[in-house]
Design a protein around this ligand. Sequence first.
Ligand SMILES: NC(=O)c1ccc[n+]([C@@H]2O[C@H](COP(=O)([O-])OP(=O)(O)OC[C@H]3O[C@@H](n4cnc5c(N)ncnc54)[C@H](OP(=O)(O)O)[C@@H]3O)[C@@H](O)[C@H]2O)c1
Length: 315
Amino acid sequence: MSETMKAAVIHDFGGADQFSIEDVAVPKPVDGEVLIDVQASGINPIDFKTRNGTGINRGWETVPAKIILGWDISGIVVESQSDAWRAGDAVFGLPRFPELTVGFSVFVTAPGNELARKPDGISHLEAAAVPLAGLTAWQALFDNASLENGQRVLIHAGAGGVGHLAIQLAKWKGAHVTATCSARNTDFVSSLGADDVIDYTHFDFSEKAADMDVVFHMISPDTRPQSYATLKDGGFLASITGPLSPEELKDHKANGRFVTVRANGGQIQNIAGLMESGELKVHIDAIYSLADIAEAHKHVEGGRTRGKVVLDLTT
Ligand SMILES: NC(=O)c1ccc[n+]([C@@H]2O[C@H](COP(=O)([O-])OP(=O)(O)OC[C@H]3O[C@@H](n4cnc5c(N)ncnc54)[C@H](OP(=O)(O)O)[C@@H]3O)[C@@H](O)[C@H]2O)c1
């Protein structure tokens, strides 16, 4: 096998033009890890935020020499130091997050216990689109908000990467789902199973939604007061776009938490099971090659993605 591989590298924080495709050393798996031939990598807002210096890397003053971004991956195990996997296995996941995974490259190493088997009927492009968004939805709705069968949940940005998976997970749990999106996405969001869809471009969602047990807040922090207004007293607001102060929770008679997603092998296996059974379907908005990573980043940065944007590492 070659000692080097292609990777999308940045040497400084900034715009999408920071990327260059370079030859870098293929990493070596250590005990408990596998080396994966990456077939596809999903792109998330955290990728462009980290690229421009407002994401995971807030604490760094400059890029440490160079970094390879990208967290969501799906691929084939080519070398295993993990009891869980053998060469030839098809796996996917969000390994190491929030540490760097270097997913925008031809090979990555990953801890075996943070991966799931890719279901046979699901392509690598589909599998790579799910981990970060799916785990975020799972951890916000189930681990933090403890969403239960029969409860009412308001899910913002129902057409986006996290939102379109969150709607399906909440329906799988048996909740009543109200979702927000713009007019062009209302049919799409209904098709995901949302019971009520609010076009936020024509209506104030806080006048259309009420008595929520849970709000999944993934839009601007400025709109949190309207989200609180839709909650029952004692309801739960799960924010993934900014921390909540104890004062605001008290003022709104609400419970809540700022949720930051973490790699979780058991949960990615649960999600794989739902993908295999057809209960969780990912929508791919666009596919780019590694060479076109700047365009892919600009697509996600535009804020209008329906479902997910994915890199095809095989082209
Ligand atoms: N804390 C964490 O661990 C964590 C994890 C994942 C994501 N996040 C954050 O959560 C946010 C959402 O992530 P994502 O991956 O879902 O992003 P995304 O896929 O880029 O979201 C795009 C979607 O947002 C919708 N949207 C934009 N403004 C809206 C509004 N005011 N009301 C309703 N929908 C709106 C758009 O729908 P329309 O075109 O119909 O407007 C579009 O479909 C990002 O800020 C991301 O950084 C945080």
